[in-house]
Design a protein around this ligand. Sequence first.
Ligand code: SAH
Ligand code: SF4
Length: 374
Amino acid sequence: MCPGPSVTDRYTFRTLAPELTPLVGKTTAELRELAANLGERPFRGGQLANWVYKRHAATVDEMVDLPAAFRAKLSAGHAVTTLVESAHRRSTDGVDKLLLHNGDGQVYECVLLPYEDRVSCCLSSQVGCPMGCTFCATGLGGFDRDLGVDEIVGQYLWLQRISPRRISHVVFMGMGEPLLNLKNVVKTLNVLHEEVGLSYRHMTVSTVGLAPQILELAKLGLPIHLALSLHSAVDEVRSRLMPVNHRWPVAEVWGAMKKYHQATGRKLTVEYLLIDHVNDTVDQARALAKLVKGTPTVVNLIPFNYVDTDQGFKRPTKERVRAFRSVLEAERVNVTERVERGHDIAAACGQLAGQHTGRFARRAQASTLPLASG
Ligand code: SAH
Ligand code: SF4
């Protein structure tokens, strides 16, 4: 499929009146209550939900079957969304990446990923991330704040408005650690299921590995997909890559993941970033195979996307990736390799936001990928 134009950049900053309350993120029950509080019959709340989640209205004015007086009352204190688009990039292979903010200029990214058989999107759960993984542009940039439900659901709806096809799959692999913002992420999952009509089975939460929150999520029993960013099954190496491993080492976090599988019946995903001569050795592959054996798991190999981290991390050669993969396959581990999309628009975790805000000028410069020239 020809994705149309190459990279397009659009930067706008506009601050909305902060007193407006967003409708996006509210459940039908909450919208019914809102309608009642404005002196309307509660069924108007159902109409609002239909406009916001099914018809993807961007403004209250579009809701033409609501009485004009109600729309006027509603608009005085509410907006469908208070999000603002500050950049929009389209890659040559059909990936759209947006930077949004909520009137305060603290930007976060979301990505639309069309495939032949489905359309997926990648959402952020926080502005920045406090986990400090040493290979990650978002982690290196520090942490600003959690995103609200309206801001997370707002990313989905914004992407749906620009997608000609229905977005059926959602992954939390943008900025931030979703399990640090568990309450808002879980409400988002509920809203996407109940209001938008997405299947829980098409939602994936990716975590750095916070054992207590994994167990909390297991207790909820939602049939969502949980992916663990493992990146090494050897504590010494994992701790070098991910400070969280000092607190919850491999055995403990994998124990929590197994409980998640037992509680939900869902197959587990292990994300494994391959960094040249750091975690891509045959010994590392054997340790990984040993860990996951006996639990239904898919290992997703991710080639390291270059970020200048001061650690000299590099992407391994294709031969090294093949060798790593063949050790896993010989041990009968299910393996997939991430197909890279949107390379020309810096679609990897945290890169576009870093470039845009210029917060990490040196890193941003180093990771600026060539924008399609001609
Ligand atoms: N905080 C969560 C989800 C967001 S990160 C987590 O860590 O799982 C989403 C994925 O992008 C993670 O698997 C993360 O390890 C990966 N990632 C981060 N930096 C990357 C890089 N430079 N190259 C490739 N993948 C990267
Ligand atoms: Fe945060 Fe995930 Fe990046 Fe680690 S990889 S710093 S947890 S966003």
